[in-house]
Design a protein around this ligand. Structure first.
Ligand code: TRP
Length: 335
């Protein structure tokens, strides 16, 4: 974490502990984040309370939390620039969320696209209320730490706008309590598509239904080779330009990992059979993930130590969160 008084912008990022991270997460976001981490005062929050808003398996939640924390650390997120902690370890998140819920009109929440999509198909008798108030808890996460920037995908823009609306409502009524955050919509990273269907973005939920869809950061070399061997290309016998979506996706993965220009990659593969392209992409991915997997295994060899690191990050952040909560409690008459 940055020293107190440091003027780096504070970044808050919430990550759901809902299964492994894939190559799209790594090349599209985490890798760039590792590269730029010293420009910010970063907080990475593993949002276990959010993970409860849809049906989940309580018996694997702790494992998923450890898995996610270890993957971030192994990918190069440094505790010198970032605090990685678990949302439920700081009770101020739940406490602030309740207060904000009392100041958030229900209509604002019912309009959230993410809510409508997740709840839409099911009866309101079955969906937990947590799904509706989900974005208020997210607002509490962000507002507790005087956050300046929230790196999110396009799908989360509406939740950040809602966070600002809630923050402004409190500030207008009670004076300046919250810092207004801005969304940092990431465009810079590579956009990696599904291996089985290059028309859709690589996604965790699609990978559950089709194992060949995504490469996971912890996949073995053998699995990685097999998945690439089965990746969709097109009817051409060899690489030719302009390439179809499947071939372009393989080239994009290769190019991003090797840090090469398009022209270079085109020259390297023009006229080559797909087996050569797939083999080289697999080699590049295996080589890039090997040191991460090795560090991951070292970190996971001592789970109690990892849990102590997460707890100590929460201890370091608690005073900031509690100070914000106290400001709010004083304003709303709870102190
Ligand atoms: N809703 C976010 C997602 O699904 C996760 C999240 C929870 C979050 N709290 C946050 C993201 C705070 C940014 C800031 O991706």
């Amino acid at each position: 974490m940055a020293a107190p008084g440091a003027s780096k912008p504070r970044v808050f990022s919430g990550i759901q502990p809902s299964g492994g991270l894939h190559l799209g997460n790594y090349l599209g976001a985490i890798r760039n984040w590792v590269r730029d981490q010293d420009k910010y005062d970063n907080i990475f929050c593993i949002v276990d309370l959010h993970a409860m808003t849809l049906p989940y398996d309580p018996s694997v939640l702790q494992e998923r939390i450890l898995d996610l924390a270890a993957t971030y650390l192994a990918a190069g997120i440094s505790e010198q620039h970032a605090a990685i902690f678990v949302q439920s370890h700081i009770p101020a998140h739940s406490e602030l969320a309740w207060v904000l819920e009392c100041y958030t009109p229900m209509g604002w929440l019912e309009r959230m696209v993410a809510f409508k999509e997740k709840a839409g198909r099911q009866s309101h008798e079955r969906v937990g209320s947590g799904l509706l108030v989900y974005p208020v808890l997210q607002a509490a996460d962000i507002l507790l730490y005087d956050t300046n920037l929230v790196p999110v995908g396009e799908d989360q823009r509406q939740h950040i706008e809602l966070t600002r609306d809630i923050g402004q409502r409190i500030n207008q009524r009670f004076g300046p309590i919250f810092t207004m955050p801005d969304a940092l919509i990431q465009k810079a990273g590579a956009r990696i598509m599904g291996l089985d269907n290059p028309e859709t973005k690589m996604s965790k939920s699609l990978a559950i239904k089709a194992p060949g869809h995504a490469i996971f950061m912890l996949d073995s070399p053998d699995t990685i080779r097999k998945k690439f061997a089965r990746a969709q290309t097109d009817a051409e016998p060899a690489v030719r330009f302009p390439a179809g979506a499947g071939v372009a996706n393989l080239l994009e993965i290769y190019r991003t990992i090797c840090g090469k220009e398009w022209a270079e990659v085109e020259q390297e593969f023009a006229g080559k059979p797909y087996s050569v392209l797939k083999g080289r992409v697999a080699d590049a991915v295996i080589e890039a993930l090997a040191p991460i997997q090795e560090r991951y295994r070292a970190i996971r060899s001592d789970d109690p130590a990892l849990m102590r690191r997460l707890r100590s990050a929460a201890d370091r952040l608690s005073p900031t969160a509690n100070a914000t909560l106290a400001r709010v409690q004083r304003a709303v008459g709870l102190r």
